[in-house]
Design a protein. Structure first.
Length: 437
């Protein structure tokens, strides 16, 4: 990886792309520290310090915003509305025939779907921004903070609208910065911004573990967390690179006097075909009951049960529910993102077949069988990785923002591997020496 970056810096045009990407990252990080109008910055800092890393229901969104959510800055929503919009459009593509037709139209259809994603991102930003402002005004953003009710001193409707507009505009700017990295930088802009947001929270989280430790001034706990993180990174890299290659043979075809086909290739089926999406889905779904209970009035039985069982990360019911939801969403997402019938029809159309398997329906059934077999270890792996923060809560007494959590490690390693592959491919395009010899 370091060799690829060194070679990229020695290539003039790639060096410009890397510096442009770094400049966009600096602008993004500066924006995460600029508070929006109408917020009492001193009260926010007081509540953040009193929270001591316990981010409650908003921990996932705060992680994706690089800590900007609880600071209530112009980039408070971060990249989360765009991620949500992309996932929704991807799910709707299977349901709505119009979107499915656009997906099959190639680049023009993809551009149209991207435009729909932008519109939906702005709509979600307005919705989430309104919810964040309402939560901050009520004092529920920092439950237990002594000055939580004074975070938004002026609760006039004009001030509220201004705050929502500022956060929505900030989300649009973040989306634009990601597209700039994709077009003029090294590519994969949205993922890189997500990578930066998560990596920015690592130093403070690690240092808080060191300060709260009791063995050798906290250095034993600090070293243990680093060791666990390295083991997790190695495991994630190993599984993310693992794939089952289905061999495909294409028959020869005579068109005029020329012969086409006769080549051998393979269909790569990854063990973790769903990526980090099941973890995000499961975390978001578990936040809904706790969020409803937080805003519900009274002391009813269901509210008490949710508060006792579904808000604490180390509770057995929470752990089992989280694990089962991850496994379920892993199979669900793989089922909607990979269509064996479509792959089998395309193979049959171009004269391809799997050796030993008849073309058409038998091929689709074989692909479904293999996909189900490799999704089981992939889903169990996702569930175990996601439960590492829970084990840290029990073992080290760590906070909910444990730095080497499953979601953060999966995203950082995945984006890192994808970025290195893109840089290597661009280096390969510019290395003409081997072709000229």
């Amino acid at each position: 990886m370091l060799t690829a970056f060194a070679r990229a810096f020695r290539t003039p045009d790639l060096r410009k792309k890397l510096f442009f990407t770094l400049a966009i990252i600096v602008v993004y990080r500066v924006g995460t520290h600029i508070p929006i109008p109408g917020v009492n910055y001193k009260a926010v800092q007081t509540c953040v310090n009193e929270a001591s890393g316990n981010q409650g229901l908003f921990g996932l969104v705060n992680m994706f915003s690089g800590g900007a959510l609880l600071q209530i800055t112009i980039f408070a929503l971060g990249i989360m509305p765009y991620i949500t919009a992309s996932i929704i459009l991807q799910l709707l593509t299977v349901v709505i025939p119009r979107l499915e037709a656009l997906k099959k139209e190639g680049q023009a259809g993809t551009a149209k779907i991207t435009q729909y994603t932008r519109y939906l991102t702005v709509a979600l930003a307005i919705l989430q921004g309104t919810g964040l402002v309402a939560t901050a005004r009520s004092g529920a953003l920092f439950s237990g903070c002594t000055v939580a009710s004074s975070i938004v001193p002026d609760q006039a409707i004009f001030t509220t609208i201004t705050m929502v507009i500022c956060m929505t505009a900030g989300t649009a700017v973040v989306m634009w910065l990601g597209e700039l990295i994709t077009d003029r930088g090294i590519g994969n802009g949205m993922s890189i911004l997500m990578f930066i947001s998560i990596a920015a929270t690592f130093p403070s989280a690690l240092w808080s573990i060191k300060k709260s430790g009791t063995l050798a001034g906290g250095w034993i706990e600090f070293g243990s967390v680093i060791a666990v993180g390295l083991v997790m990174v190695a495991l994630v890299v190993f599984v993310e690179q693992a794939q089952r290659r289905i061999p495909v043979q294409y028959a020869k075809r005579m068109i005029g006097r020329r012969s086409y086909g006769g080549t051998s290739t393979y269909i790569p089926l990854k063990v973790n075909q769903a990526g980090v999406i099941p973890v995000i889905f499961a975390s978001s779904l578990l936040y809904i009951p706790a969020l409803v209970a937080q805003f519900a009035g009274g002391n009813s039985g269901w509210k008490t049960w949710i508060s006792q069982n579904l808000t604490k990360g180390d509770h057995p019911i929470y752990i089992v529910s989280y694990f089962l939801l991850i496994v379920f969403f892993a199979f669900f997402y793989v089922a909607i993102s990979f269509n064996p019938e479509e792959v089998a029809d395309n193979m049959k159309k171009y004269g391809g077949f799997i050796p030993g398997i008849r073309a058409g329906r038998p091929t689709a059934e074989y692909l479904s069988y293999v996909l189900n077999r490799i999704t089981w270890p992939g889903s169990l792996y996702l569930g175990l990785i996601a439960l590492v923060p829970t084990m840290a809560l029990v073992g080290f007494g760590a906070s909910n923002n444990f730095p080497f959590g499953g979601t953060s490690i999966l995203i950082i390693v995945g984006v890192g591997l994808e970025t290195v592959k893109q840089i290597e491919s661009q280096l390969q395009q510019r290395n003409y020496e081997g072709f000229l010899r």
